[in-house]
Design a protein. Sequence first.
Length: 154
Amino acid sequence: MSESGVIQDRIRKKETEIQTLEDRLRAAKIYLQALQDVLAAVKRDVGPPSADALRIGSSVAQAREAILRAGKPVHISDLLATLGKGVTKETRASLASSLAAYVRKGEVFTRPAPNTFGLVELGHPAEPELAVAEPPPDFGRAKAPAEDGTEIPF
């Protein structure tokens, strides 16, 4: 074999080696992208969003900061006053419904008392369980009026 034949043979081998390495690199990049996609999906699925997910400057973020400063749960009227908003039926309903959405999901805010909001991160209690009163013993029984005007069960 001539010298040019030997060189051409080496060129073909090196091109084959490069092609093999490029295939491995392409497969590694695909694998890396798949891992990154899985990580992003896991981050979305793991736990509730943190308070950092609140839009900076929003009323909800401002309410969180006001509760942080107070260090205790704060009534909605006091929150509105702290935020410099008028305490009207509309502003109360608007802010309370925004905060309540987080409370229902168990994220960021808690509601330890009616219209009072705390923070999960500060360990403020969630809404207290309402005591379920037992119905009276004659609940659901039909009653007929007695001659004296009182009701008697059938």
